[in-house]
Design a protein around this ligand. Structure first.
Ligand code: NAD
Length: 513
């Protein structure tokens, strides 16, 4: 793909060329706070543009636009809202390459990966096109003499989504598709590292006929996030990002009376049993560990090699590493791009040093890649660290880079103990040809999403996505049926249409029999 992203910018600023604005009330709104942050071109290692950071007043303006739009939007018929959802779906489908190009430009992921992200986001729009069916309530006739009871689900009002850098289009779609289909109005606070995809989506939604104020984007940092968490007119907050911030969002948002779902970080274990097909397991480990430079919350971070599988598996993984093609998104052969920022790459590199100091064995060191040494871009080759134990930093922390660790254990029970004692519980996979062992793992493991010979078990849009333990704060998983539940609240109506003259005073508690 050779698509080039048209920068989403409003006005020239200094040496960086331009600034990414907000999207409020159906139009681009240039920031007035005077605060901005850099947006890098990760493949070149330069600042490509800046992004406006919203002030409290600018967040308030977005909330005012969303509040003003809410009454008419929730009263818009389900068939009309469905028609608009279909049009959004079609426009996103038609503009896959432009959306992907924004991601390649600011996140650095290669086009094939970026297009995969758009495709998975699109699934959520398609699910939300079924909203008339999804919002059907229940009806019980004649619960008592002449009395019926029925339940309806209604939107919450203004809701907000705060999203991470690694999926700048898909994660917003996880949230806003169901939120607006259910009749809410929405405020997106994208990652400040790659904000253009969010503004571009705002423009597509406007073209699809989404009324002004139904979908808004405020760019920014902690100032914008804190205002969202405190604002009295925001009813619910969805968050995806790292665990410490997810915990903060959940605690602060719920303290301010909001419904909150906050998805956090991960350390996904891929357990390989001795009977597994070594080539299949090695292909899966390499694909899932290094795709998107390891910057995926469902990336395989650590292989748990059980028994005698360890030596051949490490060898098979090692053999595949030199074949991975690393380069900028403009290189049609590149399978893996740079990391998102230089600062993040340096942090990832630090785990290679600590692993050696703490006694692990570095089988492949990404610093040997020519683009690490000879490019200004934020490139790092792929690394494989063997003989990692649970107390080492490279096992304990979420590295979020192209580094795969291997922990060797003796038995299935040792593997299960390791996974269940880990503080994260986002995804996990087991590779085996033994159906009974796989089923036992599915039963035993304390993790929210499980793959059986599938390394990245991201649920399809008609199920819901969510981890356990430190990977999710809140009750409801994201998107799918639980997303509909999150963005609506139930109302139960008890109804009677008695004939005049049949009533009498009765101070007893209402009874059905
Ligand atoms: P992050 O937590 O740094 O940022 C996420 C969002 O929170 C951004 O919009 C950011 O502006 C905001 N934020 C950051 N620091 C803040 C602070 N101190 N106060 C208020 N707001 C703040 O995460 P990231 O680096 O953008 O994304 C990577 C992380 O996201 C990884 O930990 C990854 O596992 C996680 N993630 C999880 C999932 C999931 O579904 N569980 C999906 C994608 C990413």
């Amino acid at each position: 793909m050779t698509q080039v992203a048209e920068p989403i910018t409003d006005r020239p600023v200094g040496a960086t060329g331009a600034t990414v604005p907000h999207w409020i009330g159906g139009r681009r709104v240039a920031g007035t706070s005077g605060r901005r942050g850099p947006v890098f071109d990760p493949a070149r290692g330069t600042i490509a543009r800046e992004v406006d950071f919203a002030s409290v007043e600018e967040v308030d303006a977005a909330v005012a636009a969303a509040s003003a739009a809410f009454p008419a939007w929730r009263a818009t018929s389900l068939s009309k809202r469905t028609e608009i959802m279909f049009r959004i779906r079609n426009l996103v489908d038609a503009h896959r390459r432009e959306i992907a190009a924004h991601m390649t430009a600011e996140h650095g992921k290669v086009p094939s990966d970026a297009l995969g992200e758009v495709a998975r986001g699109l699934e959520n729009l398609e699910f939300a096109c079924g909203v008339p069916h999804l919002l059907k309530g229940g009806y019980s006739e004649q619960v008592s003499g002449g009395v019926d009871v029925y339940q309806i689900r209604q939107p919450l009002g203004v809701v907000a989504g705060i999203t991470p850098f690694n999926f700048p289009a898909m994660v917003p779609m996880w949230m806003f598709a169901n939120a607006i289909a259910c009749g809410n109005t929405f405020i997106l606070k994208p990652s400040e590292k790659d904000p253009s995809a969010g503004i571009y989506l705002g423009e597509l939604l406007a073209e699809a006929g989404v009324p002004d104020g139904v979908f808004n984007v405020v760019n920014g940092d902690k100032v914008a996030v804190d205002r969202i968490l405190e604002h009295p007119h925001i009813a619910a907050v969805s968050f995806v990002g790292s665990t410490p911030i997810a915990k903060y969002i959940y605690e602060t948002g719920t303290r301010h009376g909001k419904r909150v779902q906050a998805l956090g970080g991960a350390k996904n274990h891929m357990v390989v049993l001795p009977d597994a097909d070594i080539d299949m397991a090695a292909d899966a480990a390499v694909s899932a560990a290094y795709g998107s430079s390891g910057e995926r919350c469902m990336a395989v971070a650590t292989v748990v090699a059980v028994g005698a599988v360890a030596d051949p598996l490490v060898e098979a993984i090692g053999k595949r590493l030199p074949k991975i093609s690393i380069g900028p998104g403009s290189d049609p052969d590149a399978e893996m791009g740079p990391l998102v920022t230089g600062q993040h790459r340096d942090k990832v590199v630090s785990y290679l040093d600590s692993a050696v100091a703490q006694g692990a064995e570095v089988v492949a060191d990404g610093r040997n890649h020519e683009l690490f040494k000879g490019s200004d871009g934020f490139f790092l080759g792929v690394s494989l660290i063997d003989k990692v134990t649970p107390e080492m930093d490279c096992y304990r922390d979420e590295i979020f880079g192209p580094v795969l660790t291997v922990t060797r254990v003796g038995t299935y029970d040792d593997a299960l103990k390791l996974v269940n004692e880990n503080p994260y519980g986002n995804g996990t996979a087991i590779f085996t040809r033994d159906g009974g062992a796989a089923r036992q793992y599915q039963f035993d493991v304390n993790v929210g999403m499980v793959g059986i010979n599938v390394p990245i078990p991201v649920p399809v849009a008609y199920y819901s996505f969510g981890g356990w333990k430190g990977s999710l704060f809140g009750d409801l998983h994201m998107y799918g049926p639980e997303g509909i539940q999150f963005y609506t609240r139930g109302k139960v109506v008890t109804s009677r249409w008695p004939d005049p003259g049949t009533s009498k005073v009765d101070l007893g508690f209402p009874r059905t029999r």
